[in-house]
Design a protein around this ligand. Structure first.
Ligand code: AQP
Length: 331
């Protein structure tokens, strides 16, 4: 059985991109794999987080994950900072990774923009911590959205160099599990920008706790162009907003983009947006309702994370202790 690891930052309410790019696949992978899911609060503080909000968001995300179908009886869900092995291995990886490798990471460039000097050192070494998250458990497969592809390649570079430097095949190769569709959901306000939970505009994303009216309003206001939908997929080229809405519809329904165009090609955005809203509400409303119910039980959510951390530690400790011994730390 494969061991899967994946994480999500408690930087806000999970948005539709997190759901289609990651969470929905996590749920499916639970059937045939041993899964470890993590709320990566240490990653979250690489950019400023209000402490009270971070605590609340960690619990809120736990609620969304449980409501989406994460099964904590059979699998593990916990918050990263509760298992200190991640930080210990991340330090070793800071010393294994080369500056040149980190300089190539596009996520750092996107997030830091032109103002590099004023960003935290943590944001820069974020990919080393991500490699440590995965390899702390010697996981071999990681379900992620397309934006994390480069970080997983770096994880393999780090594992290989560690194995080479310390002379044995200690860490495995990691495979990225990227969904064929929905791996890059774009902002509703700008079809060239990825949908993000920390985008300043709440209108740019569907949150997994939005009610039917909010979803309808956000989709009605979503940026489009004046042309009707094309009948062929090629007609979506250079129409990023139209492509995004059609892709969301197709991914939610589990069909191809061409299937959607066969049904809706030639329509204006008015009726198509109505159909898209119905599909979104149908999928998201039950998750939002269950999340609201779970949020009334913060004690239960905290116990769930505590229990997950305890079980995660039993896997992590022997692996990271052995890595530390290999490096030469006295035990
Ligand atoms: N727009 C997206 N489309 C598809 N997948 C996405 N993911 C994120 N955005 C999209 C996937 O969701 C998982 C968890 O992401 P994360 O919270 O760890 O970090 P992120 O990628 O930086 O997500 P956000 O929402 O953009 O967070 P902020 O705003 O805090 O930076 C990952 O598997 C990611 O690929």
């Amino acid at each position: 059985m494969r061991r899967i690891f994946s994480g999500i930052q408690p930087t806000g309410v999970p948005q539709l991109g997190n759901y289609l790019g990651a969470i929905r696949n996590w749920v499916g992978l639970q059937r045939d794999n041993e899964c470890i899911f993590c709320l990566v609060d240490m990653h979250a503080i690489t950019v400023w987080q209000d402490p009270k909000a971070l605590r609340e968001q960690t619990l809120a995300q736990t609620a969304v994950l449980l409501a989406s179908g994460i099964d904590v009886q059979r699998h593990i869900l916990f918050n990263q900072s509760a298992v200190t092995a991640h930080a210990r291995l991340a330090w070793i990886f800071n010393c294994v990774a080369r500056l040149g490798w980190l300089n190539r990471m596009t996520q750092f460039k996107d997030k830091a923009g032109k103002d590099r000097e004023n960003h935290s050192a943590g944001l820069y070494v974020y990919p080393d911590l991500m490699a440590a998250d995965i390899l702390t458990y010697k996981a071999t497969a990681v379900p992620v959205g397309d934006d994390q592809r480069q970080h997983l390649e770096l994880t393999n570079d780090i594992a290989q160099k560690f194995n080479h430097d310390y002379g044995l095949e200690f860490f495995p190769t990691v495979e990225a599990l990227i969904p064929p569709q929905g791996a890059r959901v774009m902002s509703l306000r700008d079809g060239t920008k990825k949908m993000s939970k920390s985008d300043p505009s709440a209108q740019s994303r569907i949150e997994m706790t939005d009610d039917a009216d909010t979803i309808a309003l956000k989709i009605r206001r979503a940026k489009t162009d004046p042309e009707p939908l094309p009948s062929e997929e090629a007609g979506l080229e250079s129409r990023p907003e139209a492509r995004n809405l059609v892709t969301i519809y197709a991914t939610m329904q589990g069909c191809s983009i061409q299937d959607v165009l066969n049904r809706h090609g030639g329509e204006g955005f008015g009726p198509f947006k109505k159909a898209l809203t119905d599909v979104l509400v149908q999928h998201i409303a039950p998750i939002a309702d269950e999340t609201t119910r779970l949020l009334k039980e913060p004690g239960f959510l905290q116990d769930t994370l505590r229990d997950g951390a305890r079980r995660a530690r039993t896997i992590a400790e022997p692996i990271v202790s052995e890595a530390e011994s290999l490096v030469g730390f006295l035990k």
